[in-house]
Design a protein around this ligand. Structure first.
Ligand code: GRF
Length: 212
């Protein structure tokens, strides 16, 4: 099987996938391409170290082609997403699954439609439970809610990507119980460890569903 992994940052989840492919926890699976929307993403270094081809897909040139208005920005994002889909569907071989591992862009139908037409699945890691804390800063918002006694647990999920943020069908979830008086960095540490296991499990479950 072939994976394309989308990243924006440190790439610790990408690393978990690299290691899982190398140790056959993900059998006959390879990460054929890594794409980042940020040039400085350390995940690009991790990919290079693992001899995985990378692409830096930069939004700036698209923004420059449009006025700095809401409509202009939306148009830029649509073109950016359409080109991202084109980059991926032009890969040979095409990936079976695209894994969003800390990818900090909202994927629009301009990306999702051509990808779905090519029969490629898209899954996303989100450090919250289904229906909770959608969007950025999920771990911090869960930590704040815990401090106020509003929740006793949060969690991590891998879900199918649809055009609504962090809202697709959950593939696998894992609960993380909050600890009284725990610092945000401690919770983040515990959640990232859960992410690293879950992103491999979610990818394996998705690949197992693909008849080959
Ligand atoms: C995850 O919590 C992801 O949701 C957020 O950052 C973490 C991914 O980090 N964007 P990494 O880049 O995989 O280390």
């Amino acid at each position: 099987y072939n994976l394309t992994v989308l990243i924006s940052g440190n790439g610790s989840n990408l690393q978990a996938l690299i290691d899982a492919c190398a140790s056959s926890i993900l059998p006959n699976t390879r990460i054929a391409h890594v794409i980042s929307n940020r040039k400085a993403a350390y995940g690009l270094e991790r990919a290079a170290k693992a001899s995985i081809p990378t692409t830096y897909h930069n939004l700036v040139p698209y923004k420059k082609k449009h006025p700095q208005t809401d409509e202009g920005t939306a148009a830029a994002r649509m073109e950016y997403d359409a080109e991202l889909a084109n980059i991926i569907t032009s890969l040979d071989p095409q990936p079976d699954v695209i894994v969003c591992a800390g990818w900090m862009h909202i994927l629009t139908p301009d990306f999702l439609n051509p990808i779905a037409n090519a029969g490629i699945k898209v899954i996303n890691l989100h450090p919250a439970l289904p229906g909770e804390f959608a969007g950025a800063g999920a771990i911090e918002r869960a930590w704040e809610a815990g401090k106020k006694g509003e929740i006793k647990r949060t969690g991590v999920m891998i879900h199918e990507v649809i055009a609504e943020v962090d809202a697709g069908e959950a593939i696998v979830t894992e609960v993380v119980v909050l600890k009284e008086g725990e610092g945000l960095d401690e919770l983040e540490e515990r959640i990232h460890k859960v992410e690293h296991g879950l992103i491999v499990k979610g990818t394996r479950l998705t690949l197992e569903k693909i008849k080959k």
